[in-house]
Each structure stands twice: as C-alpha cells, then as structure tokens.
Design a binder for this molecule. Structure first.
Ligand SMILES: [Zn+2]
Length: 248
C-alpha cells in the first residue's frame, strides 16, 4: 500500500502581532518555518505544490518522499517571509488566494493580502496560486448562483491576473459538502483541499483532500509528530464534510 502524504496547511509566516489571541496559532514565525522546512529536507522530503504533487496524490507516482505545502488566504507575509525560505530549500508550494480587491476583509483576514502584482511575483518564483473563493463565505450556505460566483468567479479572477489556468481550490473554513465539491469539479478545477485533519491516502477523492494544520503554538517535535506519526493518518473522513475549525 502507498505511503500517506501530508499536505501542510499554513496561513501566516510572520511573528504573531501583539494582541492577537484567537487566531494566534495561524502565525508560524520565519524561524519556525525555517526549522520545519530544514527538518523535512534533512528527512529526505521534497516540498511540492498541490499540482506538482498530483501524480503522487493520485497514486500514479510513488518514488521519492513528498510533502505538499499550502498557504490559505494569500497574505503578503507568504511572499515576503515564506518565499525566500522555500527557495532556500528548493521547495514548491501553493498559495490559495481570495480574489484581490473583491472580498472585504472580515474576521478571517488579519493581515494585508497579496495584490495582483504580488501574486504574479509569487507565481514567477515558481510557486502555484490556487483559488479560495471571492469573498470567503461558508460555501454550503450559498445558493447555486452564489456558489458559481465564488467558485467559477475566483478562478476567472486569478486566471485573468496570471494569464494561465488555475486548477486548485481550497474551501473557505474547510466548509464543503457533496454539492459544493461537485460545483468545484464542474468549474474545471483538478483538485480541492479541506481542513479535515489527516494525511492523504493516494488515490482518494482529489476534491476532498485532507491536510495537516501547522500550529504556530506547537514546538517543532509536536509539528513533526503531527506531520509524520499522528494516528490521524488514513482515518476515513468522519465529519469530513464539516469544518473542523471555524478559524480556518
Ligand atoms: Zn481562508
């Protein structure tokens, strides 16, 4: 049987601003991020974007040890702090961006988001841009028209900015059900990630990919334990259609 593959979920690569408590775990400092990437490298792992990892996630390719690196929302600190570290280790990654200038910054958004030029800079550096809706809603509560606006619209927005196909999607808050997953599939994406906590068993549904959240409050050994050893691996998705954490 194929080895399970961790898709890591990050939000910020930055020091936690003073006064941020509720979403504090979403901040991984550049120092922590460096140690995490370095540990993966030393363990013989290659960090990949979701699209680059698709042959592994589908179970079509098995050679080598891969870990998938993702960032949600599209914060500027991903570009300013995360990118130099990724490049240092020769890793790829996917940033799931909310359409620039469309969504209002609400409770999910606690920092500046990349503008079109910054998204292009991220892409030019060899990283992937995926879509994360236009306004970051709970998609299961959307009408059909709203769902199309968010899922197809965000893809069109980013494709116009980047001038190339955008093929990966991340459900805001991890909120999805069969109807939402179907809308993402129908919109022409090739895969989508959730916030269900598990490693991917190669061959499982590419539109319901689980991830491993990297919490900035956890010390390195705990992070590595969650990535490689925790028993969440391979547990079928009990409750996989519902968000596990409202903060993501
Ligand atoms: Zn988000």
């Amino acid at each position: 049987m194929s080895r399970s593959i961790p898709i890591l979920m990050y939000h910020h690569v930055a020091s936690r601003p003073a006064g941020v408590a509720r979403l504090g775990g979403l901040y991984v400092t550049p120092c922590q991020f460096t140690h995490q990437m370095s540990s993966l490298r030393l363990a013989g792992f290659q960090g990949l974007s979701v699209s680059a990892a698709m042959p592994y996630l589908r179970g079509e390719r098995r050679r080598g040890r891969v870990v998938v690196i993702t960032f949600d929302d599209g914060f500027v600190d991903n570009l300013e702090n995360g990118l130099p570290i990724l490049r240092r280790f020769g890793f790829g990654a996917t940033c799931f961006a909310v359409s620039p200038g469309v969504g209002q910054c609400r409770e999910w958004c606690d920092g500046p988001l990349m503008d079109p030029n910054q998204l292009r800079a991220w892409r030019s550096a060899g990283m992937e841009v995926g879509a994360h809706s236009r306004t970051h809603p709970y998609l299961t509560g959307c009408s059909e028209a709203e769902l199309r606006y968010e899922v197809e619209g965000s893809r069109a927005d980013l494709e116009q900015i980047l001038g190339e196909p955008v093929t990966q999607f991340a459900y805001p808050y991890g909120d999805c059900d069969a109807r939402v997953a179907d809308a993402v599939r129908t919109a022409g994406y090739q895969g989508a990630v959730t916030t269900r906590s598990a490693r991917v068993r190669p061959g499982e549904d590419p539109f319901l990919l689980p991830r491993v959240n990297v919490n900035g409050r956890n010390p390195l050994p705990v992070v590595l334990y969650k990535i490689f050893l925790s028993s969440v691996s391979g547990v079928p998705g009990r409750g996989s259609f519902r968000p596990l954490s409202p903060s993501q």
